[in-house]
Design a protein. Structure first.
Length: 765
């Protein structure tokens, strides 16, 4: 047995890979014969696989992998490695395949997608972003062509017609947000011909942990019916003059801020002697709090960037601009006022969906990622998915050096710069991972001051991504990057054409340096994973200080330590403190995820009831039939006047309108309920139970109410020029809709939020 095959056998906690490994030999045995076929004959072989149902029987699985391997060799010039085929088989079995960076997940995913498609399943390959959706679909297209499978992709710019065409393909590549928003928009369709997304078949998720865990922390929201918000420039100006420590205090974790007594006095005076806590005008205090939040807790170039006159959020786990993301509850407007940019529209939430609810619609789910084991528990709990750990094609020889620990940030930075200078002198390429944009710029300036030239990759210059990454493995290259470099980037040793590869290999390959550990070990691993791809030499090391936010916030009660003259902590057990801090941070993130899920469970169930009814109105004549029963005279009169078809059309529009409007109101009620529910923490009652206890009765009678309102509108709607004018009767749909992801709890965990709210309500620390 080849070494790579032996290693593939699996690790504890992983699903058993032996059944797949056993098939590798028979797959290889098919190679000679398939190699002799013409392209047309090979396509015909693939088509033959479509004669049976899923799952694949042993012989068919062998044939699929063998045909797929031959097709990839011809179409892409790449013969899939054994480990890639094991990945394909794990995916076809509905697993999360953990495969390291650069192992060729794109190809493994495409072969599995084709396998599902050949058996008549519609496959959605869920990519991390639009750029990768397009790149991967186009890259794999020749392979799909040869296998006789159609492929499409969806980008943000696509209109409804283009989307429909892309979804009509057997395999469609799209980001989770595009997919989610298409599903949400479809839920508001008033004509079956407007629907875009077909019934779900298979979800094959790339970078599965990122989508299933990180993205799943916030629901996708569809908003519409805009009402411009006033930009509170005056309040932004006022808080700009306040001083930290004197007028306001920020808690240790930077998650909550409150005015001090001096601050309260200063604000009251600046506003002309108002009483912030007066019961007469309760609108001022929330405005002050919002402006203060925006001022004190949100930093430009850390939490957001200002580009093209707009405030753009930075996605925490990826370091990229989160295109459609906004902050909730007026915070967006407060940050816009702070930055002096025009206030963007706010709107009414029309509907929302969690990533879980979106993906659990698919009868078959599977995915791939380099870092799944760390979240295996969550994948099982939330998605019923098991992880298959597939070892690399060539053993990973990257050396992950232990962290270097420093007392202060300054000493850490000095040490990092000194190390860069020393290693750079040998010609070895270096990649430095930072936590945010501001940090990446500061490090770059510092290096420049030392005469070390570097390229910078962050959310501000993401257009440069491809060329910067292409050269990051070149001899003598220094690249500073935020988490952007963490996913889907292939750093080749010796530069883009790998011409200098041997010289770079001699220096030791890529050296990855982390400027502080990330809030999750998966992010650390992704950064490390940029080095050592496909058996390349390389190493990684993180530089950490006690002052790092992760450590300060999550391991506050620290023991003493001895330091060297350079400020390096000598006690190795201090690394445990750092690891512990990271685990605490991970626990918090998991709690956020769990909360989003818990609070949305009941909402999803209720939404299901509405959708089922809605579908009968949309596709059948349920609305018309109901109105004929509820308003028999008016119905008969209208049929007489304008004809049955026109009455049915109006009945559909009116009934759908009231269902949708009822849902918007219900969602708004639930959002308010959830806001207030945190305060019940103090009453020692379980807020989730309280929420469910009130959300359930509030939904009772939902369908009856919508039906009664529809009858009212139906009775009132006038006939104009032979048509029932539903608009005059108040049936108006938002002319524009837009989409975003809200950050449900941008700053804190549930408990801290409750405490924070109470503190701000009392105005005291
Ligand atoms: N069987 C193969 N033979 C040769 N090259 C391959 C093979 N499979 C993939 N590659 C190459 O390996 C590189 C990495 O592939 P890919 O981007 O799919 O990796 P990945 O696993 O998605 O990595 P990442 O975690 O960085 O996203 C690509 O340049 C691809 O062309």
């Amino acid at each position: 047995m080849a070494e790579s095959v032996r290693r593939v056998l699996g690790r504890p906690g992983s699903v058993d890979l032996r059944p797949y490994v056993k098939l590798l030999k028979p797959i290889e045995d098919r190679e000679a014969e398939l190699g002799g076929l013409s392209d047309t004959e090979l396509t015909a072989k693939a088509a033959e696989l479509g004669d049976a149902e899923l799952p694949y029987e042993r012989d068919d699985l062998v044939e699929l992998c063998a045909v797929g391997r031959e097709a990839a060799r011809r179409a892409l010039g790449e013969r899939p490695f054994d480990v890639q085929l094991v990945g394909v088989m794990a995916l076809l079995d509905g697993r999360i395949a953990q495969m390291a960076t650069g192992e060729g997940k794109t190809l493994a995913g495409a072969l599995a997608a084709a396998g599902f498609a050949l058996r008549g399943r519609r496959v959605h390959v869920i990519s991390v972003n639009d750029y990768l959706a397009r790149r991967d679909a186009e890259w794999m297209r020749p392979l799909y062509d040869l296998l006789g499978v159609t492929v499409g992709w969806i980008g943000q710019e696509a209109d409804a017609k283009e989307r429909r065409a892309a979804y009509a393909a057997e395999v469609t590549y799209a980001s989770v947000s595009e997919l989610g928003f298409d599903v949400l928009r479809d839920r508001l369709a008033t004509d079956p011909a407007d629907l875009v997304v077909p019934d779900p078949g298979v979800a094959l998720i790339d970078e599965a942990d990122s989508v299933l865990v990180d993205e799943a922390r916030v629901p996708l929201v569809l908003a519409g019916a805009a009402e411009a918000v006033e930009s509170d420039v005056a309040m932004a100006e006022l808080v700009r003059g306040l001083r930290p420590g004197r007028h306001y205090e920020v808690d240790d974790e930077g998650r909550n801020v409150h005015l001090t007594d001096t601050g309260i006095e200063a604000v009251e005076e600046a506003l002309g002697g108002v009483d912030l806590y007066s019961a007469d005008d309760t609108s001022i205090l929330p405005r002050v709090n919002l402006a203060l939040h925006a001022h004190a807790l949100f930093q430009r170039d850390v939490h957001y960037v200002v580009r093209d006159g707009e405030v753009k959020l930075i996605n925490e786990s990826r370091g990229r601009i989160a295109l459609l993301q906004r902050w909730p509850d007026g915070l967006q407007a407060a940050v816009e006022a702070k930055e002096g940019v025009a206030a963007s529209d706010s709107g009414e939430v029309l509907d929302s969906i969690t990533v879980q609810a979106l993906l659990l619609r698919y009868p078959v789910r599977c995915g791939m990622t380099g870092t799944a084991m760390a979240v295996a528990e969550q994948l099982r709990e939330f998605y019923e998915l098991e992880v298959a750990v597939i070892e690399p094609n060539k053993p990973c020889v990257r050396v992950d050096e232990p962290d270097r620990l420093y007392a202060t940030q300054e000493e850490k930075e000095d040490a990092l710069v000194a190390e860069v200078a020393e290693v750079h002198a040998t010609g070895r390429p270096i990649l430095i991972g930072t936590q945010d944009v501001a940090e990446s710029e500061r490090i770059a300036r510092r290096l420049a001051a030392e005469g070390l030239t570097c390229s910078v990759l962050n959310a501000k210059n993401d257009a440069e991504e491809a060329p910067v990454i292409a050269e990051a493995g070149a001899y003598g290259a220094i690249t500073v990057s935020t988490q952007m470099a963490g996913r889907g980037t292939d750093i080749r040793l010796g530069g883009s054409d790998t011409s200098d590869r041997d010289r770079v290999v001699e220096t030791g390959g890529l050296y990855v340096m982390g400027y502080g550990r990330y809030p999750s070990s998966r992010l650390d691993d992704q950064l490390r994973g940029r080095a050592g791809r496909q058996g390349d030499p390389g190493s990684s090391r993180f530089f950490v200080s006690v002052e790092d936010e992760l450590v300060a916030a999550n391991a506050p009660e620290t023991r003493g330590y001895d330091v060297t003259a350079e400020g390096e902590i000598t006690d190795p057990s201090w690394r445990d403190v750092v690891n512990h801090a990271q685990r605490v941070a991970e626990g918090r993130l998991m709690e956020l995820h769990r909360n989003t899920w818990r609070y949305n469970k009941l909402i999803d169930l209720q939404r299901g009831v509405v959708l089922e009814h809605r579908s009968e109105v949309l596709h059948a004549d349920q609305g018309d039939r109901q109105l004929a029963v509820d308003c028999p005279e008016r119905h008969a009169e209208l049929v007489e006047e304008v004809g049955a078809e026109e009455v049915a059309r109006a009945a559909r529009l009116i009934t759908l309108y009231h269902l949708d409007q009822g849902w918007v109101d219900h969602l708004a009620f639930l959002a308010d309920l959830r806001e207030g529910i945190h305060l019940r923490f103090l009453g020692r009652r379980n807020p989730l139970d309280e929420f469910n206890a009130e959300a359930a009765p509030a939904f009772k009678g939902f369908l009856d109410d919508a039906r009664a309102r529809a009858a009212e509108t139906f009775n009132e709607a006038p006939v104009v020029d032979g048509r029932i004018d539903v608009a005059q009767a108040g049936v108006k749909r938002p002319s524009i809709t837009w989409t975003y992801m809200v950050q449900e709890h941008p700053f804190s965990t549930e408990f801290e939020n409750a405490a924070g709210r109470i503190r701000s309500a009392l105005g005291r620390g």
